[in-house]
Design a protein. Structure first.
Lengths: 112, 101, 238
C-alpha cells in the first residue's frame, strides 16, 4: 500500500470516528432511555417502523462502522499478530463488506 | 494511565468489532425478534449487555481523547484525558445498570 | 535507609542474566554512581556508557526498575524501594553488552524521517527572516531541545510492537524541520513521515512525553505531523 493510501485510510478512520461519536452518543442515550423506561421490543419497533429519520440515522451509522472497524483492526492485526500485506488487506475489505451487508439488512429489518 | 486506557480502548474495539456482526444479524431477523428479546431477559444476558454498554462508552471516550490529542492544539491538560475517559465509561455503565436492575 | 543496596544488573547480550551486587549506600547517590562503583570496585568486566554525568549528554540512559531514565539524574533515594535496584540496558534496542545498547537503528530512523536540515539558499542570497514569536518558530522551539538520548524510543509501545516504526525522537526532529521556513525539503519530508510506519502509527500512549528528561512532548509534534500529512494527502501533494 502506498503512503498516500495509508494516509487517506487514516483520514477516513478519523472522519468516521467523528461521525460515530455523534451516532454512538445518540445510540447510548437511546439504549439507556429505553432500559430505564422499560420499553419493550415491540414498542421500540413501533417507533422505527416506517420512520425515515431513523432509517437515515442507522444507515449513516452502519456505513460509518463499516469504514471505521476494519481500518481500526488493521493496526491490531499488524502490531499484535504481525500480519501485514495484501492478504490482510483483502480480509479487512471482506470484513467491511460483511458489516455493511448485514448492517443494512438490520436497518431494513427495523424499518420495513 | 494513558497506556492502560489505550489498551482498554483497543480491547473494547476488538470486542465491539466481533459483537457487531452478531448484533446486526439478530436485528435483521425481525420475525424472530420477540423470541430473541425474551431470551435477553436472562440475568447473564443483562450482564453481557451492561458489559457491551460499558465497552462502547469506553471506546467512545478513548476515541474522543485520541481526536482531541490529534486535532486540537496541544495543552497540558490533555494528559488528564485518559482519566476523564475512564470516568465517563464508568458513569455510562452505571446509568445502564441502574436502569436495568 | 539501609547501609547497603542490593542491585540487580543485566549481564550479557540479548541472552544473559541478572547478576546481583551489594553496593554501599551513600548520601545523594545516583544510579550512575552505583553502576560506576560496581565496575570500579566489584566487577571490572561490566560494560556501561556515560560521558558528562551532569544531565546534559544523555549517554547514561538505561532501564532502571523497568523505566528508561538518565542514571546520572536518578537519585537512588527516589527509585530504590526497600534498598533494591534493577538496572538493564535501554529497551527496544539491540544489546551490545551488559548495559550498552546499540543506538544505530535509533539514528538510522532519524535519517529516514529526514531529520536533517537542508537549506535552499546560498551565501549569495539574503538571510531568511524568522520571527522568533511566530507560530511556526514557537512550535519548533518547543521541540528543538532533543539531544537524542533514546529514552522516548525505549519507552514507546509502538516501537516495541512495530519494528519499522520510526519512533518519537525521529518524528519529533522532523516536526521541528517541518516548522522551519529555511528548510527546502519539506515536501519529501512529509512523504517520509507519512504512512503506517511513521507518524500515523503513534497511538498516543504518551509514554514518550511522560519519560522525556527534557520535558519535551513528541506526541504533540507527531500529532502536528499527522495533520500536516493528512492535509498533503487530501490535496494530492503526497
Amino acid at each position: 500500500m502506498s503512503r498516500r493510501t495509508e494516509t487517506l485510510l487514516w483520514v477516513a478512520q478519523r472522519a468516521s470516528a467523528a461521525v460515530l461519536a455523534v451516532c454512538v452518543l445518540a445510540h447510548l442515550a437511546t439504549i439507556i432511555y429505553a432500559v430505564q423506561s422499560g420499553l419493550t421490543g415491540a414498542e421500540i419497533l413501533a417507533r422505527t417502523r416506517g420512520n425515515v429519520a431513523w432509517f437515515a440515522f442507522y444507515t449513516v451509522f452502519v456505513l460509518a462502522v463499516a469504514v471505521h472497524a476494519p481500518i481500526g483492526l488493521k493496526a491490531v492485526l499488524a502490531e499484535w499478530l504481525g500480519w501485514r500485506g495484501r492478504a490482510r488487506d483483502f480480509a479487512l475489505i471482506a470484513f467491511a463488506v460483511l458489516l455493511a451487508g448485514i448492517g443494512m439488512q438490520a436497518v431494513f429489518g427495523v424499518f420495513a | 494511565m494513558s497506556r492502560a486506557l489505550a489498551l482498554a480502548h483497543r480491547l473494547s474495539g476488538i470486542a465491539l468489532a466481533l459483537f457487531l456482526p452478531a448484533h446486526f444479524y439478530v436485528l435483521s431477523r425481525t420475525l424472530q425478534l420477540d423470541a430473541f428479546l425474551a431470551w435477553t431477559e436472562q440475568p447473564a444476558v443483562k450482564l453481557a449487555e451492561w458489559g457491551l454498554v460499558t465497552l462502547l462508552a469506553l471506546h467512545l471516550a478513548g476515541g474522543l481523547r485520541v481526536l482531541a490529542l490529534e486535532f486540537l492544539p496541544w495543552r497540558d491538560w490533555h494528559k488528564s484525558l485518559a482519566a476523564a475517559a475512564a470516568g465517563f465509561a464508568v458513569a455510562a455503565g452505571l446509568a445502564f445498570a441502574l436502569g436495568a436492575i | 535507609m539501609s547501609a547497603v543496596l542490593k542491585v540487580r544488573v543485566w549481564r550479557g547480550g540479548a541472552r544473559g542474566a541478572y547478576r546481583e551486587y551489594e553496593v554501599p549506600r551513600r548520601e545523594s547517590q545516583t544510579v550512575l554512581d552505583v553502576v560506576t562503583h560496581i565496575q570500579r570496585a566489584l566487577d571490572p568486566t561490566l560494560a556501561y556508557r556515560y560521558a558528562c554525568r551532569v544531565g546534559m549528554c544523555g549517554s547514561c540512559a538505561m532501564t532502571v526498575n523497568g523505566a528508561p531514565r538518565w542514571t546520572c539524574r536518578t537519585h537512588v533515594d527516589k527509585v530504590a524501594q526497600d534498598g533494591r535496584l534493577s538496572v538493564a540496558p535501554l529497551k527496544n534496542l539491540p544489546v551490545i553488552r551488559d548495559l550498552v545498547a546499540d543506538m544505530r537503528e535509533f539514528f538510522d530512523k532519524w535519517a529516514r524521517a529526514q531529520g536533517q536540515f537542508k537549506g535552499g539558499r546560498t551565501r549569495a542570497d539574503d538571510f531568511e527572516r524568522i520571527a522568533p514569536g511566530s507560530e511556526a518558530r514557537r512550535r519548533a522551539d518547543a521541540a528543538i531541545e532533543c539531544i537524542g538520548c533514546g529514552v522516548c524510543y525505549a519507552a514507546c509501545d509502538v516501537v516495541a510492537a512495530n519494528p519499522g516504526y520510526l519512533g518519537p525522537a525521529a518524528l519529533n526532529r522532523a516536526w521541528t524541520l517541518v516548522n522551519d521556513a529555511r528548510d527546502a525539503t519539506n515536501a519529501e519530508r512529509l512523504r517520509a513521515v507519512a504512512g503506517d510506519d511513521a507518524s500515523l502509527a503513534c497511538h498516543t500512549h504518551l509514554s514518550c512525553t511522560e519519560r522525556c528528561p527534557k520535558a519535551l512532548s513528541p506526541t504533540a509534534g507527531i500529532a502536528g505531523l499527522k495533520r500536516a500529512v493528512s492535509r498533503a494527502a487530501l490535496r494530492g501533494e503526497l
